[in-house]
Design a protein around this ligand. Structure first.
Ligand SMILES: NC(=O)c1ccc[n+]([C@@H]2O[C@H](COP(=O)([O-])OP(=O)(O)OC[C@H]3O[C@@H](n4cnc5c(N)ncnc54)[C@H](O)[C@@H]3O)[C@@H](O)[C@H]2O)c1
Length: 326
């Protein structure tokens, strides 16, 4: 990917995009980051991420909404982009049940807006973040070709709609699209609404862990630097491909995660069990052979090392995290 032109990275204040931006900058790319500081979770951590990235002169941040086509046109008229990486989204399965329209407006129509403006300005490379949530009910490990017609939540449905919209832009207009289905991402500066972030904080603060279900739900946890690396590799020309980015290991139960975190934090967890949610998948596990073959990608960080780095970040930022809403 040429480095004379900048890359537009949406959702730049978000967890995964901020790590992706850091990697792009390390590799010598110029990055224009776009984010509307959506308040689904505590925005103070988003401001912190942007403040960190803004120390690099090759990073330029714009506060704005991907649903705003006029703004997008203005941004594209000022920058000749090499590619667009769309990580800007409303994430969160359970929240999408309460606000389905918001999810479709951002995740589906926001994606359509980006594709339309790219078409107008002659930008053809698009990377879209999608999700393992599309695989419910399928046989594990999940392969890309068996999937994807059983979204259990408006969140998953809005992502599926974005995926297939991209296909029509590839077919009609010759776009080159990498769709990345991420599997439960964790790491430093993570999302305060997600289990690992909350569990570390609650264990350390001696507060009860709110555990949905019996703790036997399992996930294919993936370290954020591995996800950022796969996302940058996906800038490669592929035609139109859907690829899983996951840890690729046997899924780990929430109970196992709690035990590992207790050891790393050095305290016992108090567990408060809540009913399982019917929009939550029981288990996820990625077959990652396609991303290996097409992108030369493989995760490098083991779950133990990834959790260790995450807990280390927590203690380094404990004062800031103490007041953060989770
Ligand atoms: N974290 C995971 O485990 C995971 C798993 C599967 C897929 N994903 C996908 O990866 C992407 C990044 O997720 P994340 O975990 O970093 O979430 P995140 O919420 O931290 O990041 C998303 C960012 O998008 C921004 N945003 C929301 N609506 C916007 C809009 N209309 N215009 C501009 N910006 C907007 C938010 O402010 C936020 O900063 C999302 O598409 C998400 O659906 C994440």
């Amino acid at each position: 990917m040429e480095k004379t032109k900048p890359i537009l990275l949406t959702g730049a204040a978000g967890f995964i995009a901020s790590h992706t931006a850091r990697l792009l900058l390390q590799q010598g790319h110029q990055v224009v980051g776009l984010d509307n500081y959506d308040d689904y979770y505590d925005v103070r951590i988003k401001h912190l991420r942007i403040a960190e990235l803004s120390k690099n002169p090759n990073f330029n941040f714009i506060e704005g909404n991907i649903e705003d086509e006029v703004l997008l046109k203005e941004i594209f008229s000022k920058n000749q982009f090499a590619a667009v990486i769309n990580l800007g989204a409303r994430a969160g399965v359970r929240n999408s049940i309460l606000y389905p329209k918001k999810y479709f407006n951002t995740n589906t129509l926001g994606t359509l807006n980006l594709l339309n403006v790219m078409l107008e300005f002659g930008v053809k490379k698009f990377v879209l973040a999608s999700t393992s949530s599309l695989y419910s009910g399928q046989e594990m490990p999940y392969r890309e070709d068996i999937a994807g017609n059983c979204p259990l939540s408006p969140y998953a449905a809005s992502k599926k709609a974005a995926e297939v919209t991209c296909y029509s832009y590839k077919h009609l207009h010759g776009f080159d699209v990498s769709i990345l289905r991420y599997f439960t991402v964790y790491g430093p500066s993570g999302r305060p609404d997600m289990a690992i972030f909350r569990f570390i904080k609650w264990i350390d603060e001696g507060k009860p862990i709110q555990l949905f279900g019996d703790g036997l739900h399992s996930r294919d946890f993936t370290y954020v630097d591995d996800i950022a690396n796969g996302t940058v590799l996906a800038l490669k020309q592929v035609g139109y491909e859907v690829m899983n980015l996951g840890g690729g290991n046997k899924p780990i139960t929430m109970n196992e995660i709690i035990t590992m975190l207790e050891k790393l934090v050095g305290k016992k967890a108090i567990v408060s069990q809540l009913p399982a949610h019917n929009a939550d998948m029981k288990s996820t596990w990625a077959d990652i052979s396609k991303a290996k073959e097409l992108l030369g990608w493989a995760p490098k960080i083991s779950l133990h090392d990834g959790l260790e780095r995450t807990v280390k970040w927590y203690f380094e930022n404990q004062k800031f995290i103490k007041d953060l809403k989770v």
